[in-house]
Design a protein around this ligand. Structure first.
Ligand code: CO
Length: 132
């Protein structure tokens, strides 16, 4: 079902500082920036071969990423896996015992369609299913 790793998402407090770190340390290149107002999140995508490092930071105090940073601090937030069809993958994963955060797929950044699976039923990792 999972065709590739789409991105590894890292929650940071200062997006510009984190981008500079990845640029200066690894020569990574930002290929996309987007603010998702509904989620209260701003992101920068840095290409790593066919996948991305997705640096995310909250744009308001009540966003889920803000609560994550308050509770856990900066670091790995979720892993996004590419799937051919997000709705099919979500249905198959929940039928197999995973717990959906999103009952139905929704719009992600870059025009993707995404759905999240809860870490409590996924051995501690928030998992995002990403359909391009
Ligand atoms: Co993501």
């Amino acid at each position: 079902m999972l065709t590739e790793i789409d991105h590894v998402a890292i929650a940071v407090r200062d997006l510009d500082a984190a981008v500079l770190f990845y640029e200066a340390t690894f020569g990574a290149v930002v290929t996309h920036r987007e603010t998702m107002d509904d989620d209260g999140v701003s992101e920068a995508l840095l290409a790593v071969a066919e996948s991305y490092v997705q640096l995310i930071t909250p744009t308001r105090a009540d966003s889920t990423v803000a609560r994550f940073l308050d509770a856990r601090g900066e670091g790995l937030h979720h892993v996004g896996y590419r799937v051919a069809d997000c709705a099919d993958a979500l249905a198959a994963a929940t039928a197999a015992g995973a717990k959906a955060v999103d009952p139905t797929p929704r719009r992600g950044s870059r025009g993707t369609t995404v759905a999240f699976l809860h870490p409590k039923a996924s051995f501690g990792t928030l998992i995002e299913l990403v359909q391009q």
